[in-house]
Design a protein around this ligand. Structure first.
Ligand SMILES: C[S@@+](CC[C@H](N)C(=O)[O-])C[C@H]1O[C@@H](n2cnc3c(N)ncnc32)[C@H](O)[C@@H]1O
Length: 179
């Protein structure tokens, strides 16, 4: 994601989970300030513990943020990143993420997503098929999303799909840029 992010500014991370990604990114990209968030109190505690352990100056204290809520605790950002959320949350979370990111980001700024996707014209890997079945068994509202459907909803909110980067284990990094 390095070339997709600005050299300086605030990166809002959605669904930070344990916080390990936030500290990894903050260490690797010292010109950026990372704002980790998650709706789960246990995740907030874990993020805070990781940030304290590493003592990095460019991680803000974690904030509670549920993307399906109309009010977000952050008013603007220079980039938004979201790793491994949209398949492990109801579809409303994807739409909430796109709504919020379109409010926060100004023209030319990036929304970066990471995770597994279905893609038109690309065979669905057996490992992703098994993962998708497991997700839907755990919660019928979860499941691996079709990239084209996510991109369509993003376009309706003023984003264009700029890049799709294949990653190990049949995951993708996806960059949307705010028009
Ligand atoms: C599989 S974990 C991914 C955590 C981390 N990004 C990672 O890759 O390890 C999914 C995360 O999505 C968060 N999440 C679920 N629904 C959400 C929502 N409506 N708004 C924001 N985050 C949400 C969960 O709390 C959880 O931390």
């Amino acid at each position: 994601m390095r070339p997709w992010l600005p050299e300086r500014g605030l990166v809002l991370e959605i669904a930070s989970g344990s916080g390990e990604h936030a500290v990894f990114f903050a260490e690797a990209l010292p010109g950026l300030v990372f704002q980790p968030t998650d709706p789960e109190p246990a995740a907030i505690a874990s993020i805070g513990a990781w940030a304290a352990e590493t003592g990095l100056p460019n991680i803000c204290p974690p904030l509670a943020l549920d993307v399906t809520q109309a009010e977000w605790p952050v008013a603007e950002a220079d980039a938004v990143i979201c790793i491994n959320m949209i398949h492990i949350a109801p579809w409303d979370a994807t739409l909430g993420l796109l709504d919020g990111a379109s409010r926060l980001l100004s023209s030319g700024r990036s929304l970066c997503l990471y995770g597994p996707y279905r893609q038109a014209g690309v065979s669905f890997a057996p490992s992703n098929q098994a993962f998708d079945e497991d997700l839907r068994r755990r919660n019928p509202a979860w499941g691996i999303r079709q990239l084209e459907t996510v991109a369509h909803e993003a376009e309706l909110r003023g984003f264009r799909l700029e890049a799709v980067q294949p990653m190990p284990a049949n995951n993708l990094c996806v960059r949307f840029v705010r028009d």
